[in-house]
Design a protein around this ligand. Structure first.
Ligand code: HEC
Ligand code: HEC
Length: 294
């Protein structure tokens, strides 16, 4: 917080607290024209009389206690501008402490699985239970709670792999992340070219389309697309170029969706989680993902 706002917060907070105190004192002062304590003030409503009774003591004390509590809180905890409070408490500090405590408690559990190979772990019920919990925490928001993915987020249960389904490849995906770059082809192919190429792509998975258009698209495909997707369209796991022959689509299966991605390209990214998760958890997660389709 800048110096100005530091003092801004301190002054406003303290002035408010002392204003409360002053208000209590001020309202308790006896006025010159005031009725005796307990006597009628002269105000009546529908025959009800108002008496001049002071606020009950216990109520008054509640106000004082609130003020004392507020001041004590501001001495102990952060609240007055940049002043950290005597306890030096912070939400970051508390989070770090809890993470450290959890790591200390759970690290041995994950470490126990680290020496077992991924295929063996993928048959170990206890390891899979732990892996499933990790999956729910760290992966389900993108890949879905059932790991079946969604548009742009691959299905992890179908044994169809963009980046490879060998145990080490899966672990590598989790630890180092993946970035698939499909460049936009609209500017190069033009509208008709995109249409033709999309038609050809659809023939690769056995769809019925306009044969002449697909034939024209085949020439484009061989020239521009085969380098990444392979001459036969079965893809390339080194580049993350999906197999276009299996009728499994990452970015939508409709003719329109296929045209769109050819036209505009796409840059799908799986975040690198190795540093955040550590090796033991990544290992266990790889085993869990491996188990989903093996
Ligand atoms: C530089 C390599 C590269 C080239 C060249 C390339 N692609 Fe791609 N393509 C990719 C990658 C990588 C993806 C996956 C993008 C992602 O991960 O989000 C992809 C995705 C696709 C998809 C979506 C697949 C799905 O499952 O939804 C289609 C369709 C496609 N490409 C068709 C083509 C066509 C047609 C051409 C030629 C005009 C072409 N690609 C050229 C790399 C390439
Ligand atoms: C922020 C979203 C996000 C999170 C979180 C995420 N992923 Fe991914 N993941 C993706 C995307 C997007 C891709 C596809 C990348 C591409 O387009 O090539 C992917 C790809 C993958 C692949 C490769 C699939 C294949 O067919 O080769 C695996 C395996 C994977 N993720 C596992 C995980 C696991 C395990 C976790 C949790 C530790 C996780 N992901 C968390 C977005 C995410």
């Amino acid at each position: 917080m800048s110096n100005f706002f530091n003092w801004w917060v301190i002054v406003i907070t303290l002035v408010n607290i002392f204003a409360c105190y002053w208000l209590i004192k001020w309202t308790m002062k006896k006025r010159p024209d005031e009725a005796e304590s307990g006597a009628a003030t002269g105000h009546t409503w529908d025959g009800l009389q108002e008496l001049n009774n002071p606020l009950p003591r216990w109520w008054l004390w509640l106000f004082y206690i609130t003020i004392i509590f507020g001041l004590a809180y501001l001495v102990i905890f952060p609240g007055l501008g940049n002043f950290q409070g005597m306890s030096k408490w912070s939400s970051h500090g508390q989070y770090d402490k809890e993470v450290a405590a959890a790591d200390q408690k759970y690290q041995p559990i994950f470490a126990a699985f680290a020496a077992t190979s991924i295929p063996d772990l993928s048959k170990d019920a206890e390891a899979l239970k732990a892996g499933e919990r990790l999956y729910s925490n760290y992966c389900s928001q993108c890949h879905g709670s059932d790991a079946r993915g969604a548009r742009g987020f691959p299905n992890l249960t179908d044994n169809d792999w963009i980046w490879g389904g060998e145990p080490e490849q899966i672990k590598n995906t989790i630890v180092n992340g993946r970035g698939g770059l499909m460049t936009p082809w609209g500017p190069i192919l033009g509208e008709q070219g995109v249409e033709d190429t999309a038609n050809y792509v659809q023939t690769l998975s056995g769809r019925e389309v306009d044969a002449a258009s697909a034939e024209a698209g085949k020439a484009h495909f061989n020239m521009y697309c085969a380098a990444c997707h392979g001459a036969d369209g079965t893809g390339n796991q080194m580049l993350g170029a999906p197999n276009l022959t299996d009728n499994i689509w990452l970015h939508g299966s409709s003719a329109g969706a296929i045209k769109k991605i050819i036209n505009e390209g796409k840059n799908g990214a799986m975040p690198a989680l190795g540093e955040f998760l550590g090796d033991d958890k990544s290992h266990l997660l790889a085993a869990y993902v491996y188990s989903l389709s093996n």
